[in-house]
Design a protein around this ligand. Structure first.
Ligand code: THU
Length: 136
């Protein structure tokens, strides 16, 4: 699967975003090592804090279906129908991804016309994780 193909799946997933409060619609596509792709969108809530980001929706879908190893994630977002140049995962999503993903896992962002590539360790340096708790 190419970066662009994964990003286009994130664009499709974004169509399902439920964002009546912020209007910021986000889509994610997470590629499992099995080859299966898990998509997600943000799901907002009137009480605000229960809102779930697109990346976590995708990751929780995957883990709840038995997949725990991942090769890449694509994330797109923006206000209304417009896609931002880059929609980077929030800090909470970076931490949640770090529970299951290696630091060198590619994070694919941007737009289909201009893809921006980073890695989890670039976005979350000096992270706290299972090693700190002696859980390998
Ligand atoms: N959002 C995501 O879905 N992923 C992120 O990484 C950043 C923020 C969502 C949450 C909320 O519904 C909206 O964008 C505005 O913060």
């Amino acid at each position: 699967m190419t970066d662009k193909e994964l990003l286009l799946l994130a664009v499709e997933a974004r169509e399902f975003a439920y964002a009546p409060y912020s209007s910021h619609k986000v889509g994610a596509a997470l590629l499992g090592k099995s080859g299966k792709v898990y998509t997600g969108c943000n799901v907002e809530n009137a009480a605000y804090t229960p809102t779930n980001c697109a990346e976590r929706t995708a990751l929780f879908k995957a883990v709840s279906e038995g997949e725990r190893e991942f090769s890449a994630i694509a994330v797109v977002g923006g206000l209304g129908d417009a896609l931002s140049d880059v929609c980077a995962p929030c800090g909470v999503c970076r931490q949640v991804l770090a529970e299951f993903c290696d630091g060198d896992m590619p994070i694919i962002m941007g737009t289909p016309e201009k893809i921006v590539r980073s890695t989890l360790s670039d976005l979350l340096p000096l992270s706290f994780g299972k090693c700190d708790l002696n859980k390998q």
